[in-house]
Design a protein around this ligand. Structure first.
Ligand code: NZQ
Ligand code: ZN
Length: 387
């Protein structure tokens, strides 16, 4: 087990009927700016619950944050926050609204003369951010209990991530009842994103941190067990609640404790697919993750064999066959969850996608893989496995 520091300061308020607790969670007297997306919170009653809970507060609003939130939209929100002297940001939505809130919180305090995009482009550390609270309406990204954010820039076609301890929400409210209105496509997305977050951390860990590995396996097993039930019974509160909590735990940092390395290749490649072709985040992962694991089968052999035995209950004659079957089962799970897993199914040319991705990653000097040694050649090979 390697040394680690784990500090996650996010207060989680979980369960039915918890949105009214906002009145005690938001610091009293603070001027609040409510951030939301295209209006789903108005249709499912979340907006009214929030406004009622905050009836004693001075609240302004910024709406229209789009899926894969744009820098350009966030900058408008940050300008409004500055102008209206907002002291607290409240994000109500899925990963896009929550991620946008983190960037807006930073941009609202940024020096006018400097473009805050530098925190993504040049990995400039964040110096300060407005405090943020969240009401989660779409589980999957885990943004509600982590310090990461992914923002897309329309003018350059880039989709880049940043993270900072200043961006942890002060609290997140998770009321599973808010998820009943999610279209099935987004339910499927949340399930696959959760699964993928566990894999990106777990697939490097064999033997180094047994407890963390078993926590990852418990999460995978729970998702594999609960997801088909939820897809068949979308009105079941218990299933909604279980998967909502899985999504939060999958990316709150706890699955990284003590493990030697992580490998976020599928996410890095997936972000490029979303930036260029507009695939939903989870759908990009369902395409790239099986291909990455097939490409890295030998390097990840011990972990894949462990995953085959403990998660998929596969007993094959030799390790290579077991590992291979574990990847097949993952792809099958994605397909059963409603995903396409090949580029051709999206009418994406694998050569073109590989060229664009290689060019972008090379320009940024990014290498992939758990040892940071996957470059243009390997990326092209991965795209060929995904075609
Ligand atoms: O905009 P509204 O009207 O709210 O509608 C949204 C949106 O159209 C809708 N929706 C959300 N909750 C709903 C609902 N519709 C009905 N009822 C509800 N209760 O769902 C649509 C998609 O929402 P979005 O927030 O875009 O989806 P998701 O949660 O999948 O977020 C995706 C974004 O998160 C980033 C992704 O890259 C992507 O930009 N990620 C963030 C991460 C993080 N911060 O740690 C990690 C992830 O790997 C991911 O990269
Ligand atoms: Zn993800």
């Amino acid at each position: 087990m390697i040394n680690f520091t784990y500090h996650n300061p996010v207060k989680i308020v979980f369960g039915k009927g918890t949105i009214p607790e906002l009145k005690d969670l938001v610091p009293s007297g603070h001027k609040v700016m409510l951030l939301y997306g295209g209006g789903s919170i108005k249709q499912n009653g979340v907006y009214d619950q929030i406004r009622n809970a905050l009836s004693e507060f001075d609240v302004t609003e910024f709406s229209g944050i789009e899926p894969n939130p744009r820098y350009e939209t966030c900058m408008r929100a940050a300008a409004q926050a500055k102008e209206q002297k907002a002291q607290f940001l409240l994000a109500a939505g899925g990963g896009s609204v929550m991620d946008a809130a983190k960037f807006i919180a930073v941009a609202a305090l940024y020096d006018e003369a400097v473009d805050p995009w530098e925190i993504m482009e040049h990995r400039k550390p964040v110096a300060a951010a407005l405090p943020i609270g969240m009401v989660v309406t779409l589980p999957g990204t885990g943004s509600e209990m982590n310090s990461f954010s992914v923002i897309s820039r329309e003018s350059s076609g880039e989709k880049l991530a940043f993270g900072s301890p200043h961006c942890y929400p002060k609290f997140s409210i998770l009321d599973p009842e808010t998820t009943f209105s999610i279209p099935m496509r987004q339910v499927e997305n949340g399930i696959v994103d959760t699964f993928a977050h566990v894999m990106e951390q777990y697939m490097c860990a064999a033997g180094s941190a047994p407890l963390t590995e078993r926590q990852a396996e418990a999460l995978l097993l729970t998702v594999i067990e609960q997801a088909p039930k939820l897809l068949a019974n979308p009105k079941d509160y218990e299933l909604r609640a279980n998967l909502m909590w899985c999504a939060t735990i999958a990316l709150n940092g706890s699955l990284g404790c003590g493990v030697e390395t992580e490998d976020w290749s599928s996410h890095m490649l997936g972000h490029e697919l979303t930036a260029r072709y507009g695939l939903d985040h989870a759908r990009s992962l369902a395409v790239m993750m099986p291909a990455v694991h097939r490409h890295q089968l030998k390097r990840k052999l011990p972990r894949l064999v462990q995953c085959a035995a403990r998660v998929w209950n596969i007993s094959a004659i030799n390790d290579l066959v077991r590992a291979d079957k574990a990847v097949d089962r993952m792809e099958e799970f994605f397909r059963q969850t409603g995903m396409s897993t090949r580029l051709y199914e999206y009418k994406i040319d694998a050569n073109e996608a590989a060229d664009i991705t290689v060019e972008r990653l090379s320009k940024r000097g990014v290498m992939l893989g758990e040892n940071g040694d996957l470059g243009p050649k390997e990326i092209r090979e991965i795209f060929m496995l995904a075609k």
